[in-house]
Design a protein around this ligand. Sequence first.
Ligand SMILES: Nc1ncnc2c1ncn2[C@@H]1O[C@H](COP(=O)(O)OP(=O)(O)OP(=O)(O)O)[C@@H](O)[C@H]1O
Ligand SMILES: [Mg+2]
Length: 268
Amino acid sequence: MFGQKAAVDKATFRVEGSAMIGIIGRSGAGKSTFLRMMNRLTDATSGRILFNDRDILSLTGARRRAWQSDCAMIFQQFNLVPRMDVVSNVLHGTLNRRSTLATMFNLYPTADIHKAIDILDRLGIADQAAKRAEVLSGGQQQRVAIARALMQDPEIILADEPIASLDPMNAQIVMEALRRIHEEDGRMVIANLHTLDTARRYCDRVIGMRDGRIVFDGTPEQLTTGVARDIYGAGADFSEEATSTEIGAIARSDAAAQLIRKAEAEAG
Ligand SMILES: Nc1ncnc2c1ncn2[C@@H]1O[C@H](COP(=O)(O)OP(=O)(O)OP(=O)(O)O)[C@@H](O)[C@H]1O
Ligand SMILES: [Mg+2]
């Protein structure tokens, strides 16, 4: 709850085994809040999240931190340290299991450094390892962020609009990397996605959110244009290629048009 408003309300879903799941819905639907609750970055007022019988919302202290390292998070803006080199950024993924002293002096075990390079290599960017993060392209930076997440060896990767700032080619590279990590490592991936076609193309399952609720939960095949229009609460001018932000704007302009019609009707 944020004040009187429930950003996520009665959202129930169940996952058996591992899956790659896309969450869609227009701007403000509650997608980010939902991910942040799973990761315990935002506290839920009520409800339950269970992971293999672990009651996530009741975890405190070290157990909560252990859970946060089990479900790594990736953001739209990469959240790297721009002036720091790529390997050190990746090694930051081990922070929550290192001592403060080791962190202060930037001491990393050799094994961790090798692991970081191996992960970068797997993502096709080992040649960038010594560069400062800020000189890399957006797509490369997002792969560094994925590498940092993998450094934690997480069971789940939560990605909040991982490709929203990327051009189409880099977006494809990043989505393919996430898909490969899911398939090869069996890690669960849950990604908020701002376009319908990305969710359809890369995910086994799509969850549609509207006003904090789950209004669709099914396969890409079940996600027809009609269903999508309903999820986004968009009018007849709904376009399959539109992004959630655009649809948010369209829906708002629908609402504005309605207000104008109402005012006109009242005026006579
Ligand atoms: N810290 C906060 N304080 C108050 N309200 C908030 C806060 N965070 C989110 N909200 C509200 O909760 C609702 C859901 O927000 P959320 O960011 O989860 O939506 P979203 O689906 O991720 O949207 P977008 O596609 O724009 O990222 C919105 O109405 C938002 O204004
Ligand atoms: Mg969001």
